[in-house]
Design a protein around this ligand. Structure first.
Ligand SMILES: NC(=O)c1ccc[n+]([C@@H]2O[C@H](COP(=O)([O-])OP(=O)(O)OC[C@H]3O[C@@H](n4cnc5c(N)ncnc54)[C@H](OP(=O)(O)O)[C@@H]3O)[C@@H](O)[C@H]2O)c1
Ligand SMILES: [Zn+2]
Ligand SMILES: [Zn+2]
Length: 337
């Protein structure tokens, strides 16, 4: 098969990925082989390629927004058959037996292995996935290139949403309006939650209003117009934390979505933190991922994708890195042979 591999990290403008020919992989007893149709490009792929995150193995095939069709099934797998359309997220493998796995909190499993970091991912013609890491896509009414962004921004947004504990009638704040926040907004609106969006750029604010935000503006300048039951911060900007807490009601929750953040200072504990909970998004879990895909049958979750040919992956990564995409997401389409 053809695959893009990373064997040493370098600035993305130096195109660290190489297109190589590898033997077609074979699934283990509890695994499936997926013929990849599309794979979304995530900022995390850029972080791994450039060295912001350490290499966990080398070479590695990046890509954790995988959409494809099952092509071979391991002998112990009953759940899947050849031809089933499936997706794979960042959750590549968990141990299945620790106290976190046994209580549906496998995102905290100490043996969590990430797709496209610890395990080979989707920037290849074929990928191997654990049978219980694959998600059924047959009832999700979206084109292939729109399914790929659901696998990371969609699923991560939904996990963040569930961490807020927001319910019908609540007011929810979102700080930063990328594809993850956009997905969360659409689900929250569908569930009867009012959403208040703080972002800086006019195009993000316009998109938030178009998708049903009750208010969109820059809360760093004006504050939020109302007190919120919960908020989520998406960009890795620590200075937003105390700002966001100020507008969360006593008894409310602030969720931090980033995987890394600039330093956080909370200068006035009694006034801005006391009585609120802070939670962080740490990986994704199967229950929330499956729930998002069910919701996708009722909510328009087409988040927008600029499609690139498989051969143009390095260009897609450069454009993503420099904020030059024509849509909210970049997706590499792997044409059927
Ligand atoms: N924890 C996990 O396991 C996990 C899994 C998946 C994703 N994530 C995280 O979820 C987040 C979602 O990413 P995303 O791709 O949807 O969008 P993002 O990178 O968070 O950016 C969203 C928006 O935030 C605004 N922004 C960026 N930098 C800012 C700053 N310094 N101060 C204020 N606003 C800023 C920008 O909008 P404006 O220009 O309009 O301000 C940007 O479009 C990321 O942080 C990602 O790491 C976490
Ligand atoms: Zn991702
Ligand atoms: Zn475990």
């Amino acid at each position: 098969m053809k695959a893009w591999i990373l064997d040493h990290q370098a600035p993305i403008d130096e195109k660290p990925l190489q297109l190589v020919e590898l033997p077609d992989p074979a699934p283990g007893p509890r695994q499936v082989r997926i013929r990849v149709l599309a794979c979304g490009v995530c900022r995390t792929d850029v972080h791994i390629a450039e060295g912001d995150l350490p290499l966990h193995r080398s070479p590695v095939i990046l890509g954790h927004e995988i959409v494809g069709v099952i092509d071979a099934v391991g002998e112990e797998v009953n759940r899947w058959k050849e031809g089933d359309p499936v997706g794979v997220t960042w959750l590549g493998r968990t141990c299945g037996s620790c106290r976190f796995c046994r209580s549906g909190r496998e995102n905290y499993c100490p043996e969590f292995l990430a797709t496209g970091w610890d395990l080979d991912g989707g920037f290849a013609e074929y990928t191997i996935a654990d049978a219980d890491a694959a998600l059924a896509l047959k009832d999700v009414p979206l084109p292939i290139e729109e399914l790929a962004p659901l696998m990371c921004p969609g699923v991560a947004g939904h996990c963040a949403f569930r961490l807020t504990g927001a319910r019908v009638g609540d007011r929810l704040g979102l700080y930063g309006f990328g594809p993850t926040a956009d997905s969360l907004l659409r689900v929250a609106r569908h569930l009867g939650i009012e959403v208040y969006v703080s972002s800086r750029s006019e195009h993000n604010l316009r998109r938030a209003r178009e998708h049903g935000a009750a208010w969109a503006g820059n809360a760093a300048e004006s504050g939020m117009p109302v007190t919120l039951d919960a908020s989520v911060i998406f960009p890795p900007a620590g200075q937003l934390v105390e700002l966001a807490l100020r507008d969360v009601v006593i008894g409310g929750t602030l969720v931090l979505a980033p995987v890394a953040m600039t330093p956080i200072e909370i200068a006035d504990y009694s006034r801005n933190l006391w009585g609120r909970d802070i939670r962080t998004l740490y990986n994704v879990n199967r229950r929330d991922a499956a729930e998002l895909l069910e919701l996708a049958a009722h909510v328009d979750l087409a988040l927008g994708a600029e499609v690139f040919a498989f051969e143009d992956l390095p260009e897609a990564m450069i454009r993503l890195r420099h904020g030059q995409l024509k849509a909210a997401n970049a997706v590499v389409r792997i044409v059927d042979r």
